[in-house]
Design a protein around this ligand. Sequence first.
Ligand SMILES: NC(=O)c1ccc[n+]([C@@H]2O[C@H](COP(=O)([O-])OP(=O)(O)OC[C@H]3O[C@@H](n4cnc5c(N)ncnc54)[C@H](O)[C@@H]3O)[C@@H](O)[C@H]2O)c1
Length: 432
Amino acid sequence: MSGSSSSREPIGVIGTGYVGLVTAAGFAALGSDVYCVDIDVEKVRGLQEGRVPIWEPGLEELIAEHRERLHFSTDVAAALEHARLLFVAVGTPPTYSGDADLSAVHAVVDAMPSSDRHALVMKSTVPVGTGESIERAFAEQGKGGFRYVSCPEFLKEGSAVRDFLEPDRVVIGDRGDWAGDAVEELYAPLDAPVVRTDVKSAEMVKLASNAFLATKISFINEIANVCEETGADVVEVARGMGLDDRIGPKFLQAGIGFGGSCFPKDVSALKQLAGNSGYHFQLLNAVIEVNELQKRRVMSKLQKYLGTLVGKEVALLGLAFKPNTDDMREASSLVLAGRLQADGARVRAYDPVAEEAARGLMSGVDFSDSALQAIEGADAVVLVTEWPEFAELDWADVASRMRGDLVIDGRNALPGDGVRAAGLAYEGIGRR
Ligand SMILES: NC(=O)c1ccc[n+]([C@@H]2O[C@H](COP(=O)([O-])OP(=O)(O)OC[C@H]3O[C@@H](n4cnc5c(N)ncnc54)[C@H](O)[C@@H]3O)[C@@H](O)[C@H]2O)c1
């Protein structure tokens, strides 16, 4: 996809992480000159030299293809000079209380000059009311002319480039001024349904969407647990449920719980937001608790087969919070490795792309160069992240390399019959 840079509005992007880089590359592909800003000097230097700091399918190629329209700096001046719209994609991680940490967002707001020509376009996920408080801050700082638009991001890591280019919808929350119109115009070539609404509703669409998806996951995980008690098979159950078009098949894969940079923090931020506003969001408490317990179910399955875990060798296949990303934020593997080590097991691990990110977060884990190397001499193998290559393993070969015979399929992604045919014990989640 390409366009003429002269006919497209140049933009600024503040924060060049997963969302910022995809947004920047996507708009560059649509023909905009994009002025990217980040406070991470190393990251910016790398980007200036053509190095992409994250692993996201298609992103490196898209950046290389539209290199001439992408400008990287640690200084916001060029973005302010060339662009009216400054997309904000800085992190909003959870605080200890579970609220969103908005310090990076506030740093951006404070760095903006007084201007009647610019608008902040919020892509970062923020609590409902953030836009209003930013507008108040602008007014207090004598920058009342600065416009504000909420434009939440719905991309999924692993398919983020496609999600940018083919979004299910574009949500724009604004006050009906030039800035909202300009954002809508930017997205027009994607031909996606546009939800043009007020700022607070746009902020809530994002939080509610993630909370709903997380609820669907915790729901099917609880169904899986009841399946285990009653002899039903959750994969069959999910197939039967998912064909109902009121339910749909997505996010009905039972497993060892959700992780990642968004669901855990956004669910907890919405719960906190509700609580801070005087409403007790009961359902979300359950969603969070079910997810925590689900990560630990692997431990009871291991103990059921192996007895004590002291001295046992456990191989973790996959570490990233989901396939097709190197993102380790809130990955189930972190909880699992910690629990296993606390119970005296030795942990080996393999992930096709997340090893480097994982090394800094996991101590005492033996990292392997391949799945087969991790499996060598293991008492049990646990599939943590469903990278397609794990489903392709030669299970007879796996069986010959293991010391024990237990395979726990934490994502119901392995061929159970094939694993059993190799003489191994197969344990899925909620499976017969
Ligand atoms: N990752 C996702 O899948 C996803 C999807 C939808 C929405 N979001 C939301 O988008 C936001 C960004 O997420 P991410 O995963 O891209 O985060 P990230 O941590 O990958 O990137 C954030 C970037 O912002 C930079 N930054 C921090 N403070 C800055 C400042 N003052 N000025 C300039 N740059 C600054 C950081 O150095 C970093 O490069 C979060 O609010 C997140 O919840 C993320």
